[in-house]
Design a protein around this ligand. Structure first.
Ligand code: GLN
Length: 460
């Protein structure tokens, strides 16, 4: 198929269904079609993503296209240059379809907290697609793009991938450049791909990963090529009791799918070993202090002067700051700025922020101990299947608790992969989380591919 025909199929899907799903905040059909035609006319050697359509989360810069990060604060802004990951996709021959909806600045787990419109799950329009990269997941699940870029601070690639029946990778902290990506919590944020299959995720990952001189936190660790496997002989899969038998609030049907995933891996030759990650129960508390503390600093730049919307006719300079921020930032973002500022404030920093940092180190040590006994860990992503729109919106804590299994790998900086492992009785998709050792994405992808094909033999 030509790039143009492939893109036209995506655009037709968008025209037919995105009015209802709201996966995209911005689609520039004319620019995308011009790009596809240019690729079809190209005679030189084709890049590894030649003609493939990719949707980009709206906190990742595409030169000249509006970028809001899901916030009214940035309405009307268009960045002057591409994020490094976007430049790499373009150099590899990809066609960018558009910018996808997200919870404001990445703060949320359902994409209902977008400053513009909630996104719906294409597999069941009454349910959420997960978040915060819900627009990216919905776009791929609805056939509006071959793959998408998301960002993951505490689960925002993995959980929407799981909710929409896709694969999604949060790489090791430092593996992928964040130059040109809107910061949420800088010690946690990573960019990664979502796609239908683990193999497609691997193709995008291979293009975007690697050291970037424009991002001082990106590291220079060589990328291992993935050795795809048919069986898992010799591989040790760790099962943490805190992820299964001793997990709080884990839905019975989700648990059953994870148990079946473990059985499939064993049937393919892997050895299952029990491990413990004893600080798991503190992960949510630590994450919501570290993430909000960093967010309160990162978001201070949106002051109506240097960046962001400015309120009209403020009586004083103070009013300019406070009114601009109060008018343009959503309630959840304001709540988190308050929490983070409090956690960092003099007199409380030791009890909150510093304590959270100590818990974070314990969580990282839990994983280091586990690696002495296993090569990868397998567990759930979300404790429950995709919920109905509106169900958790009035209760922020209930929403935070949905991140119980995804935030610990983020705090530890280790890579984690969402793999679809079938449906529940209501036919809602369930994902499993494979967690790997630092920079061992190649192992994660190889195991994830075997797991996905165990459930959907037609995949990959
Ligand atoms: N749901 C988590 C939060 O709201 C994670 C979001 C993310 O990874 N960007 O912070």
């Amino acid at each position: 198929m030509t790039a143009t025909a492939h893109l036209q199929a995506c655009l037709a899907e968008i025209a037919a269904r995105d009015g209802r799903i709201a996966a995209f905040l911005h689609v520039d059909e004319v620019a995308a079609l011009a790009r596809a035609r240019e690729l079809d006319a190209q005679t030189q050697a084709h890049g590894p993503l030649h003609g493939l359509t990719i949707a980009v989360k709206d906190n990742i810069a595409v030169a000249g296209q509006p970028m809001t990060a899901g916030s009214r604060m940035l309405a009307g802004y268009a960045p002057p240059r591409d994020a490094t990951v976007v430049a790499r996709l373009l150099a590899a021959g990809a066609v960018l379809v558009g910018k996808t909806n997200m919870d404001e600045f990445g703060m949320g787990s359902s994409t209902e907290l977008s400053g513009f419109v909630p996104t719906r799950n294409p597999l069941d329009l009454t349910r959420v697609p997960g978040g915060s990269s819900g627009g990216s997941a919905a776009a791929v699940a609805a056939g509006m793009a071959w793959a998408a870029l998301g960002t993951d601070t505490g689960g925002s690639i993995r959980q929407p991938a799981a909710f929409c029946g896709l694969a999604g990778l949060k790489p090791t902290y430092g593996r992928v450049s964040r130059s040109g990506v809107v910061a949420y919590a800088s010690s946690l944020d990573q960019v990664g791909p979502l796609a239908r299959t683990v193999r497609d995720v691997a193709r995008v990952y291979a293009v975007i990963a690697g050291r970037d001189p424009l991002d001082a936190t990106s590291v220079d660790v060589p990328l291992e090529p993935v050795s795809w496997r048919e069986d898992l002989g010799g591989l040790r899969i760790g099962v943490a009791r805190e992820h299964l038998d001793a997990a709080d609030g884990l839905d019975r049907q989700v648990k059953a799918r994870i148990e079946q995933a473990l059985a499939e891996l064993r049937a393919r030759g892997a050895t299952l070993v029990s491990v413990s990650l004893p600080h798991t129960r503190h992960a949510i508390a630590a994450y919501y202090l570290v993430a909000t503390a960093e967010a309160s600093a990162n978001l201070s730049r949106y002051d109506g002067l240097r960046y962001g919307q400015r309120t009209a006719n403020p009586p004083t300079l103070d009013a300019l700051y406070t009114h601009s921020r109060a008018d343009a930032l959503g309630k959840e973002v304001q709540r988190r700025i308050l929490l983070g500022t409090f956690a960092l404030s003099a007199g409380f920093q030791d009890d909150f922020y510093q304590k959270a940092c100590r818990v974070r180190r314990r969580i990282a040590e839990d994983f280091s101990h586990a690696w002495q006994r296993c090569d990868v860990l397998l567990g759930p992503i979300s404790p429950v299947a995709p919920w109905k729109l509106g169900e958790k919106i009035a209760d922020p804590l209930a929403m935070y608790l949905m991140d119980a299994f995804t935030v610990a790998p983020s705090l530890a900086g280790v890579p984690a992969l969402a793999v679809p492992v079938g449906r529940d009785a209501q036919h809602l998709p369930i994902g499993a989380q494979l967690i790997g050792q630092p920079f061992a994405e190649a192992t994660l992808l190889a195991v994830g591919d075997v797991l996905q094909r165990a459930f959907t033999p037609e995949a990959a």
